[in-house]
Design a protein around this ligand. Structure first.
Ligand code: S3P
Length: 176
């Protein structure tokens, strides 16, 4: 199980697809599973039920995915806000994709499907989350100005060479 975390625009979905292909694992995005299970887009859940309800749902979905077969799993940028989700991530490989605030906004700014972008405290939210991401990461990779393919190759190389924190075994890519 390899989990990708990071702020919106870090490239979790793009890099996750590349990693999954290389590792021969399925790729899943927690937001997509939430949308499939509820039949509603994330922005509609935020608008109708509010963020706390979304976080509770997100936690349930992530916990059930972590209980299932091995995956490359990309989480929504706010998933580590939930303490229960952070606890569940303590036993798996967690790759933190770092992105600078300006670069994140340049990548996703104006996307109407990302309700958080409309928040007035977005910059403070970004700052606050940095330590959450760093606290759960077993591997941290910068994405600023880097192509997703380069980021993916960097992660693959480091999954093999760097021992995981807390005894979390790295997933080794199978040889072709
Ligand atoms: C959120 C990030 C989104 C999505 C939701 C809330 C956040 O996922 O889960 O809009 O709180 O940062 P991405 O990080 O994939 O954009």
């Amino acid at each position: 199980m390899i989990v990708l975390v990071g702020f919106m625009g870090a490239g979790k979905t793009t890099v996750g697809h590349l990693l999954a292909e290389r590792l021969g694992l399925p790729f899943t995005d927690s937001d997509q599973v939430i949308e499939q299970r509820t039949g509603r887009p994330v922005r509609q859940i935020f608008a109708e039920d509010g963020e706390p309800a979304f976080r509770a749902l997100e936690h349930q979905v992530i916990a059930s995915l972590l209980d299932g077969p091995d995956l490359v799993l990309a989480l929504g940028g706010g998933a580590p806000e939930h303490p229960g989700t952070r606890d569940r991530l303590a036993t798996v490989q967690v790759v933190y994709l770092q992105v600078g605030y300006d670069q994140a906004l340049a990548r996703v700014g104006g996307d109407p499907d990302r309700p958080l972008l409309a928040r007035p405290d977005l910059a403070a939210t970004y700052q606050r989350r940095l330590s959450l991401y760093a606290g759960i990461a077993t591997l941290t990779v910068s994405t600023d100005g880097r192509h997703p393919e380069t980021v993916s190759q960097d992660i693959l190389a480091r999954l093999i060479t760097e021992p995981a924190v807390g005894g979390r075994a790295p997933h080794r890519p199978s040889r072709p």
